[in-house]
Design a protein. Structure first.
Length: 299
């Protein structure tokens, strides 16, 4: 099996795992402070990854030129991303967070244009516009449209998480050295723990229930150890624009699992907004296959 084909298969598996992860986060943050949840999650993951990395690849070293990037990756892709994501899941529904995070491919599109000067095409522009409409529909569909309501704050924090992940993708896309996926995941996880560690000073320690503990272990091993390492592999072989396009699978998985596992209420507007975002993301990722003329004169 070719590396690109494997990367596409792994991308689907990653999104299935992460699509369910919002439900686990919902369970854990109900008992443990959201920032502390992220710290525990990556502390467990980093310890496991570091041991495996040292056993399997003891020769792996980080070049001096890449150390800052590793730290920035830990700051953006671990500390800041999960600060926003965990609080968003606390304030709004798990399915809403998954839907709003599916806007990542659109933000990635504009970031790639600004940073790497990628061409903007008609499908990409239409897709970005549709995804924006979908996001607006979900945010304003609340019974009380208020910037200060918990639900709206949760939605805005989910969008902040999406923007942070776009920055993380840019940082992690290129390194001076060549590293194994597990190496990048390990060191970024360690740096993430360093940035999250101050939460220990401001959070009350509580012993979580068995249910919360099992969900935390799932988040650490499957969502952080395994899925993060696979994501780095996919990012290397598919690029940021393609791998983030797969994120449109997450809201579907999240909506179905939220309904089946925790009987979360799914509104019509969530479905409508989700469908519009997914259509927009599809146009961003695959619309050029329709051979529409480049939208060069306007963008």
């Amino acid at each position: 099996m070719g590396e690109k084909k494997l990367a596409h298969i792994l991308a689907v598996i990653i999104m299935l795992i992460w699509g369910v992860s919002y439900l686990s986060i919902k369970v854990v943050v109900a008992e443990i402070n959201p920032v502390l949840t992220a710290f525990y999650r990556f502390l467990i993951a980093s310890i496991i990854l570091f041991i495996v990395m040292k056993i399997r690849y003891p020769e792996e070293k980080i070049l001096k030129e890449d150390r800052l990037k590793m730290a920035l990756g830990g700051l953006t892709g671990v500390a800041l991303y999960f600060f926003f994501e965990n609080y968003s899941v606390l304030f709004t529904s798990a399915s809403n967070v998954a839907i709003l995070l599916s806007s990542i491919p659109v933000f990635t599109l504009f970031a790639q244009k600004i940073v790497f000067k990628e061409k903007m095409t008609i499908p990409k522009v239409l897709g970005a516009a549709l995804s924006f409409v979908g996001i607006v529909i979900i945010i304003v569909s609340k019974e009380k449209i208020s910037l200060f309501s918990k639900g709206t704050i949760g939605d805005l924090m989910a969008l902040a998480a999406a923007l942070t992940w776009v920055v993380y993708n840019i940082i992690t896309s290129k390194f001076k050295g060549t590293y194994k996926s597990i190496t990048i995941t390990t060191y970024q996880g360690i740096w993430g723990c360093v940035f999250l560690a101050p939460s220990l000073l401001f959070s009350k320690f509580t012993i979580p229930s068995t249910k919360a503990s099992l969900n935390l272990i799932f988040l650490a091993i499957f969502c952080s150890c395994i899925a993060y390492a696979m994501y780095i592999y996919c990012l290397e072989h598919l690029g940021a624009t393609v791998i983030t396009t797969y994120i449109n699978l997450q809201p579907i998985v999240s909506l179905i699992s939220a309904k089946l596992l925790i009987n979360e209420i799914i509104s019509v507007w969530q479905v409508v907004g989700s469908a519009i975002i997914i259509l927009g993301v599809f146009l961003v990722g695959f619309g050029e296959r329709f051979n529409l003329k480049k939208f060069e004169d306007l963008v």
